[in-house]
Design a protein. Structure first.
Length: 270
């Protein structure tokens, strides 16, 4: 543990949203750009990292599947030591700190040690990425609710699959790329049709965003065929069909625009 300062630092948990810096809240943007000591995760986009002040001390504590720059215990120690040394810490996390971000764990640990913690909410990936993919989480006649699920676990997931597979709701799976076979099996056994629409949203809300749409029984083959990589969300539900309609309407309006331009050209040359 570092040398304790007379002044106890403060930690601000900042939700950086799903990637697009324009989706940062005003408060999050201001806090990041005024920070002198920043600890940030793997899911904080490069576009948002570019906003970090040049003179700030920056500590990367990212974690991804199979690669941990720091364990959660080590991150907790770094946070606490910085606060005890009198540093005000800007703890930047992708999405929202309290949605599968371990923000609650860090907040409780710091509070137990007498460190003040502020929390700035962020747009969670399930909301931001589906919006950028033209997939509404709820839609009249298609989905009356939505459920966010983390599919990341070392052991079998402790989930009521029958309840999860109920009709007219949207399911969004975080960290589920390695579990596609299990998701197909459990959801169909729970009662979902194998033809339920699904979507992968890879690198959502960034310039590299890709949206791949198929059916539940195609989940693994879709992943393999398109070599989908993390970070990616899996969306399951009839609302995915709205994105397909939007794609068709976009193509239709494009054809209509080309037709109008062609007719205008003919009139000008007549």
């Amino acid at each position: 543990m570092g040398i304790q300062s007379k002044y106890l630092g403060r930690v601000t948990l900042v939700g950086a949203g799903p990637g697009d810096p324009d989706l940062l809240t005003v408060k999050a943007s201001r806090t990041i750009q005024q920070a002198r000591f920043i600890m940030y995760d793997n899911l904080v986009s490069h576009e948002i990292r570019a906003l970090f002040p040049e003179g700030a001390e920056k500590v990367f504590v990212g974690k991804s599947k199979g690669m941990h720059c720091a364990t959660q215990d080590q991150i907790n120690t770094l946070l606490l030591n910085a606060a005890l040394e009198g540093k005000d810490v800007c703890r930047v996390k992708g999405g929202d700190s309290f949605v599968f971000g371990r923000g609650g764990e860090e907040m409780l640990m710091l509070a137990k040690q007498g460190v003040e913690v502020d929390v700035i909410p962020g747009i969670t990936a399930a909301s931001g990425c589906t919006s950028y993919a033209d997939i509404p989480l709820t839609h009249r006649g298609l989905a009356q609710g939505c459920t966010f699920v983390t599919a990341h676990a070392d052991k079998e997931l402790d989930i009521n699959w029958d309840a999860l597979a109920q009709l007219k709701q949207t399911l969004v799976f975080y960290m589920g790329l390695s579990k596609t076979d299990m998701l197909m099996e459990k959801l169909t056994k729970g009662g979902l049709s194998e033809n339920t629409p699904v979507a992968f949203i890879e690198n959502g809300c960034t310039p590299k965003q890709r949206v791949l749409i198929g059916k539940l029984h195609q989940l693994t083959s879709l992943k393999q065929q398109h070599q989908i990589q993390s970070p990616a969300l899996i969306v399951v539900g009839e609302v995915v069909s709205v994105a397909e309609q939007m794609d068709w309407l976009g193509q239709l309006s494009g054809r209509q625009l080309r037709k109008v331009e062609h007719e205008q050209t003919l009139q000008m040359t007549a």
